[in-house]
Design a protein around this ligand. Sequence first.
Ligand code: PMP
Length: 448
Amino acid sequence: MSITDRYISEFPKSQAKAALAREVFPGGVTHDLRIMQPFPIFTASASGAYKVDLDGHTLVDYWAGHGSMLLGHSDPLVVEAVQKQMALCTHAGGNNELELEWGQLVQQLVPCAELVRFTGSGTEATLMALRLSRVFTGRAKFLKFAGHFHGWHDGVTIASDPPYENLSVPGVPDEIAKNTVVLPPNNPELLEATLKEDSQIGAIILEPTGGHWGAVPIRGEFLKTLRTLSDKYGQVLIFDEVITGFRVSPTCAQGYYSVRPDLTTLAKILAGGLPGGAVVGRRDILSAIEVRPGKVKVRHPGTYNGNPLSAAAGIATLKQIAAGTPCTQANLAGRNLRNRLNEMFTREGLSWIAYGDFSMFRLLPNYHGPRPEAATGDANGFIPYEGDIEKLDGPADPKFKHLFRQAMLLNGVDMPGLGGWITAKHSEKEVEKTVNAVRESIRMMEAK
Ligand code: PMP
């Protein structure tokens, strides 16, 4: 039986629901990452490092709520906090004590967070960060890097996915697109030349571990260069830590690498798996949201900003992260998984490689270059193809990806593509299962 035939026969309930979903949602899904052929699975419940689908399979999970569940699914303290708050008040509107406690925790943990403004999502956070930057500098343009994802609003959606030379996005007017300047990552000379030449660039935004959370890794050295150059040429430096925030370390990537941006955008882990985001940073930039006599006021409403349910989940999550162990545990599991996969690829003579930093990993098939030494620190340190964006984060073959995902699901692992997010609950046992599943899936694909 082919992989796809087996997949269809083993996930019948998901297949039936997916057929119904196609009548409701464009493409049958509610997020682009969820697109999968011949159909995606439907989740019934999740706990720790696992999810259970409608057909009753218990699967090692590497979606982790699109990277938001660092503590693992259904963390007892988060569940308890949300249940308690749910009964008290879902959302009354107006201020609440929990948003204050949540904001104070963010202030304590994130080095640049002089002030905090909650938003409804990561997309809203990057939208506000860029608007605040424009008000602060009076410059219309911002600079971003190819392959860096900052949500889906007009200016940032440009060059977030390949092909990167195409700066035209359906539905985004040219007048808006012309204010987005795109550069390849990790090229300090080109960056300086661009900043020197274009005095209308008022902000630089980036994912601090690299585009698509590290497909083309960025390391501390480039972050330090960014800080130096943005100081020299007067740009607001924005770290988009929607994924890396509270994942890389309790003090985020900026704490780990000791580079302080002017603004930071947060979401995902910030809100403990519930919806929520924040823009945090310098007081003199964020205070444009305040009412100040004679000064510009940046408007910022948002029904769900700082709502008590997200605050309850966020507090219960951040308190555990502040204690220090979840990030360390997830990072160790990440290093272990990457090392064990690479050992297996070498042992089995497979032309695949695993790479990534912290608690994030990626797989590359058809790889024939040098191989990493076993990792010794938190970051694996190895960058395949010397960081070539076309090779690491260029156009993917969707057929191959979907087939691999089907094979992995048949082997008990759910990955959102050729990589995923690791939680503090992924232990030796789950790593072992995953390595076996990858080996078996590659074997199945080679045999087809
Ligand atoms: N920035 C980054 C780095 C992200 O990864 C994401 C979401 N994956 C966003 C912004 C947008 O966040 P949200 O989905 O909450 O709008």
